[in-house]
Design a protein around this ligand. Structure first.
Ligand SMILES: [Zn+2]
Length: 236
């Protein structure tokens, strides 16, 4: 995976945009359209896209049958990635989601574990929440991946039918109860016999991905893989 991120990065080396680095906001450094070289070198990439039994997979072991899963970054509190995620979710920076999707897509492009994916499905937000934010951050991540891998996105088929309370301070059990029956698949035929890549912004306890994954797997002969921009350090 390291190799492909590097190749992707190298392909941009000739483009020195005068843009600010999205992490340090410095304009006196060489920056491509997202990060300066100093920040890029410090980003906590998981480099686990190609690892079979990686941290991400271990997170779901015994809970659900997923083909493969990986996260682009580790999420470290107060760290660079937290800043990116907060900008994406709360500071109206949908373009960061797209960019992270492009980087992730490029990093798994040659990865056999992610081959044969038929469609990307973002974890849905409750409608009023999406209207309030103006976009769904997971959809933006999906857009970036879709662009690089030329895989279609299926939106509005996995939907959130119930508003759920914020889960930040809940235990894993409380989250499971909170999310029960929060999601549904509108037209199961759209997911039948398909390998779906389910994407979200951050993997923390994994309960949301788990609930959504189960709903998709109820569709005949479907398979799922998962990807997130960042994952917590629970299993490190
Ligand atoms: Zn920087």
């Amino acid at each position: 995976m390291l190799k492909f991120i590097k190749e992707y990065w190298d392909s941009f080396l000739y483009l020195f945009y005068p843009d600010l680095c999205i992490i340090c906001n410095n304009n006196d450094r060489e920056v491509h359209d997202t990060f300066c070289f100093d920040c890029y070198a410090q980003l906590p990439f998981t480099y686990q896209g190609t690892a079979l039994n990686n941290d991400f997979m271990q997170h779901f072991a015994g809970k659900i049958n997923i083909q493969h899963g990986a996260s682009l970054f580790y999420f470290i509190k107060q760290g660079m990635v937290q800043g990116i995620i907060q900008d994406l979710k709360y500071r109206n920076k949908p373009q960061y989601g797209i960019k992270m999707g492009e980087i992730f897509g490029a990093s798994i492009k040659e990865d056999s574990f992610f081959k044969n994916i038929d469609a990307i499905v973002p974890i849905p937000l409750y409608k009023s929440k999406e209207i309030q934010r103006g976009y769904n951050q997971s959809s933006k991540f999906a857009e970036g991946i879709s662009k690089v891998l030329s895989i279609p996105i299926i939106s509005n088929n996995l939907i959130r039918i119930r508003h759920t309370n914020t889960q930040t301070k809940m235990t894993r059990e409380e989250r499971l109860v909170n999310l029960k029956n929060a999601f549904t698949v509108k037209n199961s035929q759209l997911f039948e016999e398909k390998h779906i890549l389910l994407v979200d912004d951050v993997l923390t306890t994994g309960t949301t991905l788990l609930e959504c994954g189960k709903k998709i797997l109820e569709c005949k002969d479907s398979k799922i893989s998962m990807a997130t921009i960042a994952m917590g350090e629970l299993l490190r």
